[in-house]
Design a protein around this ligand. Sequence first.
Ligand SMILES: [Ca+2]
Ligand SMILES: [Ca+2]
Length: 317
Amino acid sequence: MSLTRLYPQVAVLAAAAVSLIVLCVAPAGAQPVLVVSINDTMIVNDSTSVWVDVFLTNTSDSVAGFEMTIMLDNPDLIEFFDTGGDPTIDTAGTLISGWSLVSTNYLGGSSTFKIAALASYYPLPPVQCIAPRTEPGLLFRMKMGVFPYTPGRLPDRNIILMINGGLDWTAFSNEIGTLIGTTTIIDTTYHYWVCTHWQGDTCLEWEQIPWPEGADSTSMEIKPMTILDTALTHYDDGLVRVVPECHGECGDANGDGLVNIADAVYIITYVFRGGLPPVEDKCADANNDYSVNVGDAIYLVNYVFRGYTAPECSPHW
Ligand SMILES: [Ca+2]
Ligand SMILES: [Ca+2]
């Protein structure tokens, strides 16, 4: 490390670092060069598993490898699946079909999932990287397990699948090892020194101090750092919606197999007077809005007395 008493030299170094930062920042309005999106998926609540699609758009660079970490916000409803010997990842027909290395890991119990993939790995034969593409391509499909729910009750249906965007967790690389959609910035640290032994104008012994006041010299440590550039990279979270089904007649709140005014009375008794809950919540959801309330009683009255459309409990978005 060279130390100097000439502060102007420090100023020159600092100016150079600033100009590097300016050059490396993406211009305003830059188009993303990398988009990863998890497909929104709907399943009925009797399902025990669900496949979720993950898509990639890489416009500027070929992708030769990546690692990706996905977390879910409701591990009581769904989990990254690793039982029964079933595949948790399906790469057949995807952008990474035939890649040399594809590995999966579960972190934090079963609520965090990490996949790492490499196109070619010596001495295995070379495999095609993912060429730049402007349209989303299927990157892989992952299988998730769905926990049983309390029979009859409407479950909390939405689970968000989040991509962890930290470079230690999610990163895409081209063939020469450059991370795609990142920016290099310069991290600068100043160090301050006092001379404890002068001989004329020459210092024979230096001691570091933590502040600039009283310093005889300043040195600068410059470290380039790679960070995710959110102007160039979009990670779009996904939603798994577990949709309840009615196993009987839609509108049959009291579970007697018929849909009539008694069901409207049953719902009103439940909502206003603390009566028994519907035998199956979804069957009582006559207006199909995924809750049971006075609106369902009104819907049934209109159906029975006014010829309105029959209740329909089909799952929908
Ligand atoms: Ca009934
Ligand atoms: Ca309803």
